[in-house]
Design a protein around this ligand. Structure first.
Ligand code: ADP
Ligand code: MG
Length: 348
């Protein structure tokens, strides 16, 4: 390789989101003895006396993560909190506090910000979380919302991405692909509206998928049910980027492979109906759509009867050796390599 080539700057799009995070943080060393997990899971974890604290943060950018043409600000506030709480539940923890930082451009009114905070406060009330601070500043273009959530868990209760064991059952809560199909419907209506401001949106029959997109519910109920049944999952992650991407995170961090079966993947009938209308494969929406904020977890095989008795939990496959790779077994029996085609902020 000649010197010129050596100097060629790396494009962010070559690295992708996770490649960039790795690149920027690879030389960090863990110094504090109380830090149990830094970068690389749904939350950072550090020990404080008898309890562990969990910390996660998420940034939402207007025009990238939300479109205010079809997103009511109250819903946006609720969702901004919900996605952070989902990361706390994904560690099998209990959220306690949030901070909220916003950057606002001149187009926003006080009333608009009040609506945003109505949604934020509603989520706080519903999930018993307290808003304890934040930061407020101006923006040259649109709205930015950054929320940090702080939660707690007993050390022995925490579920990491890295704990999956061979022969574990792979389980998922709720149903998948709905949020993506909701986004498709809303994008279509937004485009029609931009072309002709007099058009009325046609949203009848799409309520479920739209709600999945605009108002995701973090799965505290599942975490509570697991606790009631005495189960600490061997591994857990929330599904923000699509099932494929999250399965691969668990496989990579746990040093295992997996097999999931298309016929077992839970898809709501409205998701299927809307997918067909858009001529999309509902399984693709489930595998790669993202934003469902369901929980993906693995449990030892001997917990089969218990997870089978749980409401709204499906067993979709099992954990195998790393050398057997990550596989999606289609309904026709064909095995496909799992690929993380989920949302990638840096795709060209
Ligand atoms: P999630 O999808 O669960 O919110 P992410 O995929 O956003 O998690 O992040 C993966 C990991 O990388 C997390 O541990 C997160 O804290 C960390 N991370 C993300 N962005 C950065 C950054 N700019 N600098 C340092 N760590 C980061
Ligand atoms: Mg997560």
């Amino acid at each position: 390789m000649d010197k010129e080539e050596n100097k060629k700057p790396i494009e962010i799009s070559e690295l992708g989101e996770f490649g960039l995070i790795d690149h920027l943080t690879k030389d960090l060393t863990v110094i504090d003895k109380n830090l149990i997990k830094g970068i690389g899971d749904d939350c950072a974890v550090f020990e404080c006396g008898d309890i562990c604290n969990l910390v996660t943060t998420d940034l939402l950018v207007e025009g990238v993560h939300f479109n205010l043409i079809y997103t009511p600000l109250k819903h946006l506030g609720y969702k901004a909190v919900a996605v952070n709480l989902s990361d706390i539940y994904a560690m099998n923890g209990t959220p306690k506090y949030i901070t909220v930082s916003i950057a606002i451009s001149r187009k926003f009114s006080v009333a608009a910000m009040e609506q945003l905070y109505e949604g934020i406060k509603l989520a706080c009330d519903r999930f018993d979380v307290e808003l304890i601070g934040g930061d407020t500043t101006s923006s040259l273009s649109g709205l930015f919302i950054n929320i940090t959530a702080i939660g707690q868990a007993k050390k022995e209760d925490i579920a990491y991405r890295s704990g999956a064991k061979k022969n574990d059952l792979i389980c998922v809560s709720g149903d998948l692909g709905g949020a993506y199909m909701g986004l498709k419907v809303l994008e279509r209506e937004a485009k029609l509206y931009m072309d002709d401001k007099d058009t009325q949106p046609e949203l009848e029959g799409y309520e479920y998928v739209i709600e999945r997109q605009l108002k995701p519910e973090p799965r505290r109920d599942i975490v509570r049910e697991l606790a009631k049944r005495g189960i600490v999952p061997n591994s857990m992650i929330d599904i923000s980027d699509g099932l494929s991407s999250e399965l691969l995170h668990i496989c990579k961090e746990s040093g295992v492979g997996c097999r999931v079966y298309e016929e077992k993947i839970p898809v709501h009938e409205q998701t299927e109906y809307v997918s067909n209308k858009f001529r999309l494969d509902p399984s693709l929406a489930a595998m790669n759509g993202g934003e469902d904020y369901e929980l993906l977890f693995t449990v030892p095989l001997d917990k089969k009867d218990i997870v089978e008795s749980m409401n709204d939990v499906a067993i979709i496959g099992y954990v195998c050796d790393a050398k057997d790779g990550g596989k999606f077994v289609a309904k026709n029996g064909v095995e496909l390599e799992l690929k993380a085609q989920g949302w990638n902020a840096f795709n060209k």
